[in-house]
Design a protein around this ligand. Sequence first.
Ligand SMILES: NC(=O)c1ccc[n+]([C@@H]2O[C@H](COP(=O)([O-])OP(=O)(O)OC[C@H]3O[C@@H](n4cnc5c(N)ncnc54)[C@H](O)[C@@H]3O)[C@@H](O)[C@H]2O)c1
Length: 264
Amino acid sequence: MTASAHVSAGDLPLAIVTGAARSLGHDISRWLLQHGWRVAMTDADGDGVKAAAAAFASEGLPTQAWQLDVSDAHAVPVVFDAIQKAMGLPEALVNNAGIYPDHVLLDMRVEDWDRVIGINLRGTFLCTQAFGRQRRDAGVHGGAIVNFASAAAFSARPGVAHYSASKAAIVMFTKSCAQELGPLGIRVNAVAPGLIEVREGQVTPEYRDAYLTMIPRGRTGRAPDISGVVGFLLSPEADFVNAECIAVDGGFLAGRSLVRAGTL
Ligand SMILES: NC(=O)c1ccc[n+]([C@@H]2O[C@H](COP(=O)([O-])OP(=O)(O)OC[C@H]3O[C@@H](n4cnc5c(N)ncnc54)[C@H](O)[C@@H]3O)[C@@H](O)[C@H]2O)c1
């Protein structure tokens, strides 16, 4: 576990973001930091998250970096405890860390299945439980969690049976947590991103073209499309939004095709 690049920022609320070294978690951290939050940026990639937090801190943004593998049942409560000691009690948790490798079902090894379920689903459970326990033990009321589902929780495609199963489970986990954590005043919601292009070469041009025929918005997503929605869900403006999963997919889940049937 490492802590770095702390910039004092008084009483700003603290959010923990998992998988914050790059891509969506990185952009969400930036959004929160620019909108009045302090952020504990965590990631399994310790060096990556340290560098990312140091870059934000050099802009005067209040963040610290923590190495954390969310699937590690021993490490999660230890790191959450260390974050609380160093930065104070977190008010928000963004369970962003997740992986989406491609394995066709008949070639999938049990290790492939366990790794995807372990990081995406077990990791979300472990971090949610650690966060909930911290809030309960502190005797405070309030807080918010945003989990990461996916359009793949609702729409199947070949090669990601483990991923789709993990994300569908997160939708229901979100609802269960909203019920159980309601008495603590903690709201729990999820986002279901569609195709969000977070890095070069993430998808082939053929895949993008095929996907675009299914997105009414006419484009694929970008990281800020997600960050603003996550920020909203953590904000007081979303105080009555609870147990919800919001698709951020340009309309992809509305249907399978934009082709008009004509005379049917
Ligand atoms: N990008 C998309 O199109 C898309 C679509 C739907 C859902 N999502 C979801 O959004 C989330 C972020 O996706 P992304 O595209 O930014 O992914 P990414 O692979 O670009 O980044 C994921 C980050 O999580 C970290 N990470 C991986 N395993 C970890 C672990 N065990 N513990 C802690 N950190 C770990 C990685 O180091 C990395 O920094 C994931 O949950 C993903 O399933 C993404």
